[in-house]
Design a protein around this ligand. Structure first.
Ligand code: IPM
Ligand code: MN
Length: 358
């Protein structure tokens, strides 16, 4: 198979973790006899610096022409404390999601047995936790208009909008995931207060009978935030709107012990995109210390979701598990023990994949 992959490394640690994911992707292609073509394009703060646009039209064309997009991270501290910056790197990410129609963001939350002791939660609560958060990614308050300020600058407003069509398509996606897993779907909303949430719940209740094999339950988002910490094993597939999903997935990601471990897939109308959950970690940029595992596991999701190549995805996951068990970990996990560099972890994982070639 010939795989056409767009490579958007972005800012901060983006380029160095991307290098590792590309090494691993090449190793998988070699082992399973695939051809891969990589096309690089700019996005984020580096694209603002280069051409004044965080998601230039040329980058969009590269993404549209590819079969999958691998995305590193975007963001730069010079924008974080300037609420009035006219152009921000994050706008690039939002436009990319909208223009590629990436309405479904899939964030698997899994534990790694050799890292359980790093979790802020008690091991007996975390062990065996394995769920998927499905976040709606192109609607809600992130995109609703009007958004802005009153003329005197002293009042600000956002608008949360969801249409029936947007809610139905993400719920169908979530039900399909639940069907392939443990057949339980939790719909998370704030239907006791918010109008869009009441529409979500109404539509979910209308759709549930179409999926009689799936157990559907409903949680208010505040309660869900609590349950994720108190009883993470109780979830199988969780589906929610854009802003709630943003917040709950950061919370869920630390259950594993490090934010540097979790990948995500964004799927929808055009080319699918694969990126780590974490951000651009500017303090570590260029130091070869950042954890590349979330980026490497994003490549695993790419093989599975974009190319339907499940053995290839599993090979990456197996190699990552082996690296963790062998203690080949970056400094935030190593604590007192030996810390490996970003590129050493990438080398180890790709050599492991290589060594299994028949
Ligand atoms: C994420 C990020 C983005 C979001 C930011 C960088 C715009 O936090 O992917 O979760 O809020 O969606
Ligand atoms: Mn986020």
């Amino acid at each position: 198979m010939n795989l056409k992959i767009a490579v958007l490394a972005g800012d901060g640690i983006g380029p160095e973790i991307m290098d590792q994911a590309l090494k691993v992707t090449r190793a998988v292609c070699k082992r399973f006899n695939h051809e891969a073509t990589f096309t690089e394009a700019i996005t984020g703060a580096c694209a603002i610096d280069a051409v004044g646009d965080p998601y230039p039209p040329e980058t969009h064309q590269v993404c549209m022409a590819a079969d999958a997009v691998l995305f590193g991270a975007i963001g730069h501290p010079k924008y974080d404390n300037n609420p009035n910056a006219p152009i921000r790197p994050e706008q690039g990410l939002l436009r990319m999601r909208k223009q590629l129609g990436l309405y479904g963001n899939i964030r698997p939350v899994m534990t790694f047995p050799s890292l359980i002791h790093k979790s802020p939660l008690r091991a007996d609560l975390v062990e065996g936790a394995d769920f998927v958060c499905i976040r709606e990614l192109t609607g809600g308050m992130y995109f609703g208009r009007p958004q802005g300020r009153s003329e005197d600058g002293n009042t600000a407003y956002d608008t949360c909008v969801y249409t029936r069509e947007e809610i139905e398509r993400i719920l169908h996606l979530a039900y399909r995931f639940a069907r392939q897993r443990r057949k339980k779907l939790t719909v998370v909303d704030k239907a006791n207060v918010i109008a869009t949430s009441r529409l979500w719940r109404q539509i979910a209740q209308e759709m549930a009978p179409q999926y009689p094999d799936i157990e559907t339950d409903y949680l208010f988002v505040d309660n869900a935030a609590m349950r994720i910490i108190q009883w993470p094993r109780s979830f199988d597939v969780l589906v929610t709107e854009n802003l709630f999903g943003d917040i709950l997935t950061d919370e869920a990601s630390v259950i594993t012990g490090s934010l540097g471990m979790l990948p995500s897939a964004s799927i929808g109308i055009h080319t699918s995109l694969f990126e780590p959950i974490h951000g651009s970690y500017p303090q570590a940029a260029g130091k070869n210390i950042a954890n590349p595992v979330a980026m490497i596991l994003s490549a695993a999701l790419m093989f599975e979701y974009a190319f339907n190549l499940h053995e290839e995805g599993a090979a990456i996951r197996q190699a990552v598990n082996a690296s963790l068990e062998a203690g080949i970990v970056t400094e935030e996990i190593a604590e007192g023990g030996k810390a490996y560099t970003t590129s050493e972890v990438g080398d180890w994982v790709s050599e492991y994949i290589d060594s299994k070639k028949k």
